[in-house]
Ligand binder design. Structure first.
Ligand SMILES: Cc1cc2nc3c(=O)[nH]c(=O)nc-3n(C[C@H](O)[C@H](O)[C@H](O)COP(=O)(O)O)c2cc1C
Length: 412
């Protein structure tokens, strides 16, 4: 077996997050699986899906995305966490642990960008009332400003969700503070127009997200790892600036977060910043049942699905500015596909790396890296067709031929 370079040795070395032993530094990123049964429960196929990464050697895998209450689902077909699905969550945890792997669950509430036709409240909740271009075709024309009582109710749902996950055997939770979900709607000046103590300065815009963090912390206790996924910037005029990104990381650090996953983009307005690479628009059109919605996607397509060509480590530079500003664990995500990139992430002082598409391409990536180290080639070409499968009943998957040693896919 070839000698393992120093930087890869760090990658394979054990580490801890708030006392949780991680066998290496590689975490399966949240990739919304879309694998539910008819009772809005995770299917056995979803369990098999995560087991593949556990067997393949990652230190932790992430169930995604899990709404903390029914109205937190972007569509009524998405998962929300509740007491009755506990046995299946426990089954997932047991199967993952059998391979020495840890399990995290991503908790995300869609807030105002809901397309859910079966809302319990009259309208989708949001920091401020706004017209919803995403929801209008589903009857959700306007969002509803959250009053204090609703804010507390939603924060409690996050806390309950964290508690259910912990009691079901999960080892960590990941709170979504980014990608345009509810907490990010509070952080972004585009969606937060409040005049009270929850709007205005970044301290005010972070107030509710931090209250949610405090509620979850109280529910899971001090010894349980809580991670936060943030948007470092969203490249939207008047949206989340890089300064907001750094400041929100600093505030999370001060509030006792155990690790920050540094992403970018807002799914409802500028999703390509999250992924970079092939446009996800053709795939979304393929799965959109509503003709009007298809027309809408075509009309806004150019401005919404902007062209961000893929490059390795596309978030590294901005992530480094956060490394310089906080002390908590930092988890790099975004285009860490090939060996050299993984080495650079470790060399830059990040504690862990999350991988999305590279692991969809090769679920055994960690084992293969250990065997081949510098000779390993992942070969994901970032066509992003996996993303469109989020709306496919068969669930997400890679469209490339199965991974083989040293046979990178060459885009035709
Ligand atoms: C199919 C697919 C589904 C995704 N679903 C989620 C999700 O549910 N929540 C989330 O925060 N990010 C989601 N992402 C974004 C990834 O977590 C990650 O931030 C992004 O893919 C960049 O990492 P990568 O270059 O390693 O793929 C998804 C990505 C893909 C490819």
């Amino acid at each position: 077996m070839p000698a393992i370079p120093n930087s890869l040795q760090k990658m394979f070395s054990p580490a801890q997050i708030n006392g949780l032993a991680m066998k290496n530094r590689i975490i399966k990123a949240a990739t919304f699986e879309a694998m539910l049964d008819d009772n809005n429960n995770i299917s056995n196929r979803c369990i098999d899906f995560h087991e593949r990464f556990a067997k393949g050697g990652v230190a932790m895998t992430t169930l995604a995305y899990c709404a903390p209450e029914a109205d937190g689902r972007m569509m009524d077909s998405y998962l929300y966490v509740r007491e009755e699905i506990r046995p299946q969550l426990q089954k997932l945890a047991d199967r993952i642990h059998a391979h020495g792997c840890m399990l995290s669950g991503q908790i995300a509430h869609c807030g105002g960008f809901s397309r859910n036709k079966k809302l319990i409240r009259k309208r989708p909740v949001a920091p401020s009332t706004q017209f919803s271009s995403v929801g209008m075709l589903y009857g959700n024309f306007f969002t509803m400003t959250m009053d204090k009582a609703t804010m507390e109710e939603v924060a409690r749902s996050y806390a309950d969700c964290g508690r259910i996950m912990k009691e079901s055997g999960f080892d960590a939770v990941e709170l979504h503070f980014g990608h345009g979900y509810l907490l990010s709607q509070f952080i972004s000046p585009l969606t937060n127009k409040r005049k009270d103590e929850y709007g205005g300065s970044i301290e005010n815009r972070m107030r509710y997200p931090l209250e949610v963090l405090a509620a979850v912390r109280e529910a899971v206790g001090d010894q349980f790892p809580i991670l936060a996924k943030i948007t470092m910037y969203d490249d939207l005029k008047g949206g989340i600036s890089p300064e907001d990104g750094i400041n929100s990381a600093i505030l999370l650090d001060k509030a006792g977060i155990d690790g920050i996953i540094m992403s970018a983009g807002t799914s409802s307005q500028n999703p390509m910043l999250v992924f970079r690479g092939g446009s996800i628009m053709p795939g979304l059109l393929q799965y959109e049942k509503s003709a009007i919605m298809r027309l809408g996607i075509r009309l806004v397509g150019r401005s919404m699905f902007r062209n961000y060509p893929y490059r390795e480590l596309y978030l590294l530079d901005i992530a480094k500015s956060i490394r310089a500003a906080v002390r908590c664990n930092l988890i790099y995500v975004g285009g860490a596909t090939e060996v050299e990139s993984l080495e650079k992430v470790m060399d830059a002082g990040f504690d862990f790396v999350q991988l999305g598409r590279p692991l969809l391409r090769d679920p055994n990536m960690v084992r293969h890296l250990e065997e081949l180290n510098s000779r390993y080639i992942n070969g994901c070409d970032h066509c992003n067709r996996c993303v469109a499968f989020m709306n496919d009943p068969a669930g997400i998957r890679c469209v490339l031929p199965p991974w083989k040693e040293a046979t990178p896919h060459v885009p035709g």
